[in-house]
Write a protein that binds this ligand. Structure first.
Ligand code: CP
Ligand code: NVA
Length: 308
Protein backbone atom coordinates (compact mmCIF):
# COMPACT_ATOMS: atom_id res chain seq x y z
CA UNK A 1 0.00 0.00 0.00
CA UNK A 2 1.13 3.58 -0.52
CA UNK A 3 0.00 7.07 0.48
CA UNK A 4 -0.91 9.76 -2.03
CA UNK A 5 0.31 12.83 -0.17
CA UNK A 6 1.70 15.08 -2.88
CA UNK A 7 2.55 15.10 -6.57
CA UNK A 8 6.26 15.81 -5.97
CA UNK A 9 6.45 12.81 -3.64
CA UNK A 10 5.01 10.46 -6.25
CA UNK A 11 7.12 8.85 -8.96
CA UNK A 12 6.53 10.49 -12.40
CA UNK A 13 6.03 7.08 -14.05
CA UNK A 14 3.33 6.26 -11.48
CA UNK A 15 1.66 9.65 -12.06
CA UNK A 16 1.59 8.96 -15.79
CA UNK A 17 0.10 5.50 -15.21
CA UNK A 18 -2.62 7.05 -13.02
CA UNK A 19 -3.58 9.63 -15.66
CA UNK A 20 -3.76 6.97 -18.38
CA UNK A 21 -5.71 4.67 -16.07
CA UNK A 22 -8.14 7.50 -15.24
CA UNK A 23 -8.86 8.00 -18.93
CA UNK A 24 -9.43 4.28 -19.37
CA UNK A 25 -11.79 4.21 -16.37
CA UNK A 26 -13.69 7.22 -17.72
CA UNK A 27 -14.09 5.65 -21.17
CA UNK A 28 -15.37 2.46 -19.53
CA UNK A 29 -18.25 4.34 -17.90
CA UNK A 30 -19.57 5.96 -21.03
CA UNK A 31 -23.35 5.66 -21.18
CA UNK A 32 -23.65 4.00 -17.77
CA UNK A 33 -26.13 5.38 -15.22
CA UNK A 34 -24.40 6.99 -12.25
CA UNK A 35 -25.50 4.29 -9.82
CA UNK A 36 -24.18 1.50 -12.04
CA UNK A 37 -20.95 -0.10 -10.80
CA UNK A 38 -17.72 0.04 -12.83
CA UNK A 39 -16.82 -2.99 -14.94
CA UNK A 40 -14.10 -3.82 -12.39
CA UNK A 41 -14.76 -3.60 -8.64
CA UNK A 42 -11.33 -3.10 -7.07
CA UNK A 43 -12.79 -1.66 -3.86
CA UNK A 44 -15.22 -4.49 -3.22
CA UNK A 45 -15.17 -5.28 0.52
CA UNK A 46 -13.32 -2.03 1.20
CA UNK A 47 -14.38 0.72 3.60
CA UNK A 48 -13.04 4.24 3.03
CA UNK A 49 -13.17 7.09 5.58
CA UNK A 50 -13.52 10.60 4.15
CA UNK A 51 -12.56 13.20 6.78
CA UNK A 52 -13.34 16.88 6.30
CA UNK A 53 -12.04 19.68 8.51
CA UNK A 54 -13.08 22.21 5.84
CA UNK A 55 -16.13 22.52 3.54
CA UNK A 56 -16.23 20.64 0.24
CA UNK A 57 -18.59 19.88 -2.62
CA UNK A 58 -16.44 18.28 -5.35
CA UNK A 59 -13.97 16.36 -3.18
CA UNK A 60 -16.67 14.99 -0.96
CA UNK A 61 -19.07 13.90 -3.69
CA UNK A 62 -16.47 12.66 -6.19
CA UNK A 63 -14.69 10.47 -3.62
CA UNK A 64 -17.98 9.12 -2.27
CA UNK A 65 -19.38 8.30 -5.70
CA UNK A 66 -16.01 6.96 -6.89
CA UNK A 67 -15.65 4.51 -4.02
CA UNK A 68 -19.20 3.26 -4.46
CA UNK A 69 -18.82 2.79 -8.23
CA UNK A 70 -15.70 0.71 -7.52
CA UNK A 71 -17.70 -1.53 -5.17
CA UNK A 72 -16.59 -0.07 -1.81
CA UNK A 73 -18.35 1.76 0.99
CA UNK A 74 -17.64 5.15 2.53
CA UNK A 75 -18.16 7.00 5.75
CA UNK A 76 -17.98 10.78 5.66
CA UNK A 77 -16.67 12.29 8.89
CA UNK A 78 -16.25 15.82 10.09
CA UNK A 79 -13.00 16.37 11.96
CA UNK A 80 -14.70 18.60 14.52
CA UNK A 81 -17.24 15.90 15.38
CA UNK A 82 -14.48 13.33 15.96
CA UNK A 83 -12.45 13.00 19.17
CA UNK A 84 -9.59 14.27 17.02
CA UNK A 85 -11.15 17.72 17.28
CA UNK A 86 -11.37 17.35 21.08
CA UNK A 87 -7.82 16.48 22.05
CA UNK A 88 -7.21 12.91 20.85
CA UNK A 89 -3.85 12.75 19.10
CA UNK A 90 -3.56 12.37 15.36
CA UNK A 91 -1.30 9.33 15.86
CA UNK A 92 -3.89 7.53 18.00
CA UNK A 93 -6.66 8.44 15.57
CA UNK A 94 -4.57 6.96 12.75
CA UNK A 95 -3.97 3.72 14.67
CA UNK A 96 -7.65 3.36 15.55
CA UNK A 97 -9.01 4.12 12.08
CA UNK A 98 -6.54 1.61 10.61
CA UNK A 99 -8.41 -1.12 12.55
CA UNK A 100 -11.79 -0.18 11.04
CA UNK A 101 -11.29 1.06 7.51
CA UNK A 102 -9.05 0.31 4.51
CA UNK A 103 -8.15 3.84 3.37
CA UNK A 104 -8.45 7.44 4.59
CA UNK A 105 -8.94 10.61 2.55
CA UNK A 106 -8.49 13.77 4.61
CA UNK A 107 -9.06 17.47 3.91
CA UNK A 108 -7.52 19.53 6.66
CA UNK A 109 -5.74 22.75 7.58
CA UNK A 110 -2.14 22.04 8.60
CA UNK A 111 -0.03 19.82 6.39
CA UNK A 112 1.44 18.35 9.58
CA UNK A 113 -1.94 16.72 10.38
CA UNK A 114 -1.89 14.87 7.07
CA UNK A 115 1.75 13.82 7.48
CA UNK A 116 1.23 12.56 11.01
CA UNK A 117 -1.87 10.63 10.00
CA UNK A 118 0.11 9.00 7.19
CA UNK A 119 3.03 8.22 9.51
CA UNK A 120 0.92 6.31 12.02
CA UNK A 121 -1.75 4.77 9.77
CA UNK A 122 -1.16 1.28 8.47
CA UNK A 123 -3.54 1.95 5.58
CA UNK A 124 -3.21 4.42 2.65
CA UNK A 125 -3.85 8.12 3.31
CA UNK A 126 -4.85 10.51 0.52
CA UNK A 127 -4.43 14.30 0.64
CA UNK A 128 -7.81 15.90 -0.15
CA UNK A 129 -6.34 19.44 0.32
CA UNK A 130 -4.31 21.14 3.02
CA UNK A 131 -3.39 24.79 3.44
CA UNK A 132 -0.29 23.98 1.40
CA UNK A 133 -1.27 21.67 -1.48
CA UNK A 134 -4.17 20.05 -3.40
CA UNK A 135 -2.72 17.17 -5.45
CA UNK A 136 -5.95 15.34 -6.41
CA UNK A 137 -7.19 18.50 -8.14
CA UNK A 138 -4.09 18.80 -10.29
CA UNK A 139 -4.22 15.14 -11.33
CA UNK A 140 -7.73 15.85 -12.66
CA UNK A 141 -6.45 19.04 -14.32
CA UNK A 142 -3.57 17.31 -16.11
CA UNK A 143 -6.04 14.66 -17.29
CA UNK A 144 -8.42 17.38 -18.51
CA UNK A 145 -5.70 19.26 -20.39
CA UNK A 146 -4.54 16.10 -22.16
CA UNK A 147 -8.09 15.08 -23.11
CA UNK A 148 -8.51 18.38 -24.94
CA UNK A 149 -5.03 19.18 -26.20
CA UNK A 150 -2.80 16.09 -26.00
CA UNK A 151 0.42 15.78 -23.94
CA UNK A 152 0.98 18.58 -21.43
CA UNK A 153 4.76 18.10 -21.60
CA UNK A 154 6.46 21.24 -22.91
CA UNK A 155 3.31 23.41 -22.70
CA UNK A 156 3.12 26.87 -21.15
CA UNK A 157 0.85 27.10 -18.11
CA UNK A 158 0.08 30.49 -16.56
CA UNK A 159 -1.21 30.83 -13.01
CA UNK A 160 -2.98 34.16 -12.33
CA UNK A 161 -3.52 35.52 -8.82
CA UNK A 162 -2.67 34.07 -5.41
CA UNK A 163 0.26 31.62 -5.20
CA UNK A 164 -1.83 29.31 -3.00
CA UNK A 165 -2.20 25.57 -2.33
CA UNK A 166 -3.59 24.76 -5.79
CA UNK A 167 -0.80 26.79 -7.42
CA UNK A 168 1.73 24.83 -5.33
CA UNK A 169 0.46 21.49 -6.64
CA UNK A 170 0.63 22.86 -10.20
CA UNK A 171 4.29 23.72 -9.59
CA UNK A 172 4.87 20.18 -8.35
CA UNK A 173 3.15 18.83 -11.46
CA UNK A 174 5.29 21.06 -13.71
CA UNK A 175 8.41 19.27 -12.45
CA UNK A 176 6.89 15.79 -12.68
CA UNK A 177 5.04 16.12 -16.02
CA UNK A 178 7.56 18.49 -17.66
CA UNK A 179 5.63 21.68 -18.44
CA UNK A 180 6.69 25.31 -18.00
CA UNK A 181 4.93 27.60 -15.55
CA UNK A 182 4.54 31.33 -15.26
CA UNK A 183 3.20 32.82 -12.05
CA UNK A 184 1.59 36.23 -12.39
CA UNK A 185 0.42 37.89 -9.20
CA UNK A 186 1.53 40.39 -6.56
CA UNK A 187 4.86 39.80 -4.82
CA UNK A 188 3.15 39.48 -1.41
CA UNK A 189 1.30 36.39 -2.68
CA UNK A 190 4.13 34.61 -4.50
CA UNK A 191 4.21 30.80 -4.28
CA UNK A 192 6.66 29.31 -1.79
CA UNK A 193 10.24 29.67 -3.03
CA UNK A 194 10.92 26.00 -2.21
CA UNK A 195 8.26 24.85 -4.70
CA UNK A 196 9.58 27.09 -7.46
CA UNK A 197 13.15 25.87 -6.93
CA UNK A 198 12.03 22.24 -6.86
CA UNK A 199 10.32 22.57 -10.25
CA UNK A 200 13.38 24.35 -11.69
CA UNK A 201 15.65 21.60 -10.37
CA UNK A 202 13.71 19.14 -12.55
CA UNK A 203 14.56 21.12 -15.67
CA UNK A 204 11.34 23.05 -16.33
CA UNK A 205 11.12 26.82 -16.70
CA UNK A 206 9.33 28.65 -13.88
CA UNK A 207 9.09 32.41 -14.20
CA UNK A 208 7.45 35.20 -12.26
CA UNK A 209 5.93 38.02 -14.29
CA UNK A 210 4.16 40.83 -12.48
CA UNK A 211 2.31 42.04 -15.57
CA UNK A 212 -0.59 39.68 -16.32
CA UNK A 213 -0.89 40.78 -19.96
CA UNK A 214 2.77 39.93 -20.62
CA UNK A 215 2.52 36.67 -18.64
CA UNK A 216 -0.27 35.10 -20.70
CA UNK A 217 1.35 35.66 -24.10
CA UNK A 218 1.76 32.26 -25.73
CA UNK A 219 -0.07 30.47 -22.90
CA UNK A 220 -1.57 27.03 -23.59
CA UNK A 221 -3.42 27.04 -20.28
CA UNK A 222 -4.54 29.93 -18.05
CA UNK A 223 -5.62 29.19 -14.48
CA UNK A 224 -7.34 31.18 -11.75
CA UNK A 225 -8.43 30.33 -8.22
CA UNK A 226 -10.27 32.13 -5.47
CA UNK A 227 -8.53 35.22 -4.05
CA UNK A 228 -9.37 34.17 -0.47
CA UNK A 229 -8.78 30.51 0.37
CA UNK A 230 -10.54 28.61 3.17
CA UNK A 231 -7.50 28.95 5.44
CA UNK A 232 -7.07 32.70 4.82
CA UNK A 233 -8.37 35.06 7.44
CA UNK A 234 -11.50 36.88 6.28
CA UNK A 235 -10.00 40.09 7.70
CA UNK A 236 -7.47 40.06 4.84
CA UNK A 237 -10.24 39.96 2.24
CA UNK A 238 -10.25 43.66 1.34
CA UNK A 239 -6.47 43.85 1.13
CA UNK A 240 -6.25 40.73 -1.04
CA UNK A 241 -8.90 42.01 -3.42
CA UNK A 242 -6.97 45.26 -3.86
CA UNK A 243 -3.73 43.39 -4.50
CA UNK A 244 -5.29 40.93 -6.94
CA UNK A 245 -7.72 43.08 -8.92
CA UNK A 246 -5.37 43.52 -11.89
CA UNK A 247 -4.95 39.72 -12.15
CA UNK A 248 -8.61 38.97 -12.95
CA UNK A 249 -8.98 36.57 -15.88
CA UNK A 250 -11.29 38.26 -18.37
CA UNK A 251 -11.82 38.25 -22.15
CA UNK A 252 -9.14 40.88 -22.66
CA UNK A 253 -6.56 38.72 -20.86
CA UNK A 254 -7.61 35.47 -22.58
CA UNK A 255 -7.33 37.22 -25.98
CA UNK A 256 -3.57 37.56 -25.37
CA UNK A 257 -3.08 33.81 -24.76
CA UNK A 258 -2.78 31.29 -27.62
CA UNK A 259 -6.04 31.14 -29.63
CA UNK A 260 -6.63 27.55 -28.49
CA UNK A 261 -5.64 28.18 -24.86
CA UNK A 262 -7.73 26.48 -22.19
CA UNK A 263 -9.03 28.15 -19.04
CA UNK A 264 -9.17 26.20 -15.75
CA UNK A 265 -10.44 26.89 -12.24
CA UNK A 266 -10.68 24.20 -9.57
CA UNK A 267 -13.96 25.73 -8.30
CA UNK A 268 -15.69 27.03 -6.25
CA UNK A 269 -15.31 30.29 -8.19
CA UNK A 270 -16.38 33.78 -7.26
CA UNK A 271 -17.88 34.93 -10.52
CA UNK A 272 -16.65 38.33 -11.69
CA UNK A 273 -13.95 38.46 -9.03
CA UNK A 274 -10.94 36.29 -9.99
CA UNK A 275 -12.58 35.40 -13.33
CA UNK A 276 -15.46 36.84 -15.30
CA UNK A 277 -18.58 34.84 -16.08
CA UNK A 278 -17.84 35.45 -19.77
CA UNK A 279 -14.58 33.45 -19.46
CA UNK A 280 -16.06 30.78 -17.17
CA UNK A 281 -18.87 30.11 -19.62
CA UNK A 282 -16.86 30.91 -22.76
CA UNK A 283 -15.13 28.76 -25.41
CA UNK A 284 -11.76 28.40 -23.60
CA UNK A 285 -13.28 27.11 -20.36
CA UNK A 286 -13.06 23.45 -19.31
CA UNK A 287 -14.03 24.00 -15.67
CA UNK A 288 -16.80 21.41 -15.53
CA UNK A 289 -14.64 18.79 -17.25
CA UNK A 290 -12.10 19.39 -14.49
CA UNK A 291 -14.81 18.84 -11.89
CA UNK A 292 -15.97 15.62 -13.58
CA UNK A 293 -12.43 14.33 -13.93
CA UNK A 294 -11.91 14.50 -10.17
CA UNK A 295 -14.08 11.37 -10.08
CA UNK A 296 -12.04 9.44 -12.64
CA UNK A 297 -8.59 10.64 -11.54
CA UNK A 298 -9.28 9.81 -7.89
CA UNK A 299 -10.39 6.30 -8.81
CA UNK A 300 -6.97 5.79 -10.39
CA UNK A 301 -5.30 7.30 -7.32
CA UNK A 302 -7.23 5.00 -4.95
CA UNK A 303 -6.37 1.93 -7.04
CA UNK A 304 -2.71 2.94 -7.01
CA UNK A 305 -2.79 3.41 -3.23
CA UNK A 306 -4.29 -0.03 -2.65
CA UNK A 307 -2.44 -1.65 -5.55
CA UNK A 308 -5.70 -3.17 -6.78
N1 CP B 1 -12.03 21.89 -6.13
C1 CP B 1 -12.38 21.40 -4.93
O1 CP B 1 -11.60 20.75 -4.25
O2 CP B 1 -13.68 21.66 -4.61
P1 CP B 1 -14.38 21.39 -3.19
O3 CP B 1 -13.82 22.39 -2.22
O4 CP B 1 -15.84 21.59 -3.47
O5 CP B 1 -14.07 19.99 -2.76
N1 NVA C 1 -7.46 27.56 -2.78
C1 NVA C 1 -8.78 27.08 -2.42
C2 NVA C 1 -9.10 25.81 -3.15
C3 NVA C 1 -10.46 25.25 -2.87
C4 NVA C 1 -10.72 23.95 -3.57
C5 NVA C 1 -8.88 26.91 -0.91
O1 NVA C 1 -7.95 26.35 -0.31
O2 NVA C 1 -9.87 27.36 -0.34
Amino acid sequence: MQHFLDIHHTDPADLRTMIDEARRIKAGREGLPKVAPDAELPLQNHMVALIFDKPSTRTRVSFDVGVRQMGGQTMVLSGTDMQLGHGESIADTARVLSRYVDMIMIRTFEEQTLLELAEYATIPVINGLTNRTHPCQIMADVMTFEEHRGPIKGKKVVWCGDGNNVCASFLHAAGQFGFDMVFTGPEQLDPEREFIELARSKGVRVTIERDAHTAVQGADLVIADTWVSMHDSQTTRGRRHNLLRSYQVNDDLMARANPDALFMHCLPAHRDEEVTSAVMDGPHSVIFDEAENRLHAQKAIMRWCLQT
